[in-house]
Every structure is written in structure tokens, then in C-alpha cells.
Design a protein around this ligand. Structure first.
Ligand code: 5GP
Length: 194
């Protein structure tokens, strides 16, 4: 797996607390690096309004997710706020062996599994300016119930501790600046000799 990352391509893993703005950052980043392969994860959570099966996620049942685990279909997977999320191994291996850069947007536990399997992966953690700010963003976007928001906020502190183990940490207090930093990291990493 490791030797699928070479002088031609990179595996970039982006994690960050729920509501930190990862989705917006990623869609802007993909406009800039349009050749990159953005992995579509499998999840057991219900689709939010506007989310499309096969584009935002592959939505599935817990039963089917467990079958996929048993069949060893995932490069990594984890449980987040009562649901399962996982990255299909085949799609990632194929994109990497085609020489593409790959981006995964996954939680911190999943990121650590990737680092273990593929130490050359580049791990970037996006932090909120503060937990209060995050709370207000989650309430403002109102895609989750109050109970779900509280559940996600409880995970934030643990995730922020794991951020220490990432290669880069970015505080998203200004979208344009954070995007510029992300672009710089990726550009610099692509120039590095492996
Ligand atoms: P959401 O429900 O807000 O879309 O995602 C919840 C969390 O699951 C986020 O931290 C997101 O990065 C993470 N996530 C999404 N896809 C995957 C995946 O394939 N694997 C892992 N480990 N986490 C994922």
C-alpha cells in the first residue's frame, strides 16, 4: 500500500471537528486541484437535506456496513456519534496506482489508522477558533438536532487532543486564509522528494 505513494502522488487526509468548515474548504480546494481524487465514504447516518448518494456519501444500513467490514472492504473505518463511516480500499488503491493525488475527509480516529498503514500520508487537522465558535456554527447551520449537536461537541475535545499527532494544524478563523494555507501545504508537499 505504502509504495502506491511515490514521487508522483500524495495521499492527503483532512480531519477536523464537526462544523469547522471542512466541507466548504474541501469544495474550494477541489476547484483549485481539480485532478485530485476526492474519496466518497460509506456511512450509516441518514442523508441530510440536499445530500446525494454516491456524491456526498454512499448511504447504507448498519447491517451492510458490518458485512463490508467482514469482507475487509475498508482502508479504515470508525464509529462517530453513533454511526459508522468508512473509506473503500479499492477506490483509493486504484486512484493511487493511477498516479492521482487522493484526498480523504475523515475523522481523527480514521486518520490515525491511515497513518499507521501509510506513514507517507499527509495529515492535516482543521481546528475551530474556539469551542464556543464551533457551537454557534453548528447551531447556525442547523443540519443536526440539538441532541446530535451536543453529542458532536462532546467528541470535539478528544479530537482536538489527537490533533497533536497530525503533520499540520490549521485554525479556521478566516476561510480565505485557511484555504490559502491548505493550498500552500499541498503545493509544498507535492514538490518534496519522497
Ligand atoms: P458528518 O456526519 O458530519 O458528515 O461526518 C461526521 C464525521 O465523520 C466527520 O468528522 C467526518 O470527517 C467523518 N467521516 C466522514 N467519512 C469518513 C470515513 O470514511 N471514515 C472516517 N473514519 N470518518 C469519516
Amino acid at each position: 500500500m505504502e509504495n502506491l505513494i511515490n514521487e508522483n502522488n500524495r495521499l492527503i487526509v483532512i480531519s477536523g471537528s464537526s462544523g469547522v468548515g471542512k466541507g466548504t474548504l474541501l469544495s474550494l480546494l477541489m476547484k483549485k486541484f481539480s485532478d485530485m481524487y476526492l474519496s466518497v465514504s460509506v456511512t450509516t447516518r441518514a442523508p441530510r437535506g440536499g445530500e446525494i448518494h454516491g456524491v456526498d456519501y454512499f448511504f447504507t444500513s448498519k447491517e451492510n456496513f458490518k458485512n463490508l467490514i467482514d469482507k475487509d472492504e475498508f482502508l479504515e473505518w470508525s464509529e462517530f456519534a453513533g454511526n459508522y463511516y468508512g473509506t473503500y480500499a479499492t477506490a483509493i488503491k486504484q486512484a493511487l496506482s493511477d498516479g492521482k493525488d487522493v484526498i480523504l475527509e475523515i475523522d481523527a480516529k480514521g486518520a490515525m489508522q491511515i497513518k499507521e498503514k501509510m506513514p507517507q500520508a499527509i495529515l492535516i487537522f482543521i481546528l475551530p477558533p474556539s469551542v464556543e465558535e464551533l457551537q454557534s456554527r453548528l447551531f447556525k447551520r442547523s443540519t443536526e438536532s440539538e441532541e446530535e449537536i451536543q453529542r458532536r461537541l462532546n467528541i470535539v475535545k478528544d479530537e482536538m487532543k489527537t490533533a497533536e499527532d497530525f503533520d499540520y494544524q490549521l485554525v479556521n478563523d478566516n476561510l480565505d486564509e485557511t484555504l490559502a494555507k491548505l493550498e500552500s501545504i499541498i503545493t509544498a508537499e507535492k514538490c518534496q522528494t519522497t
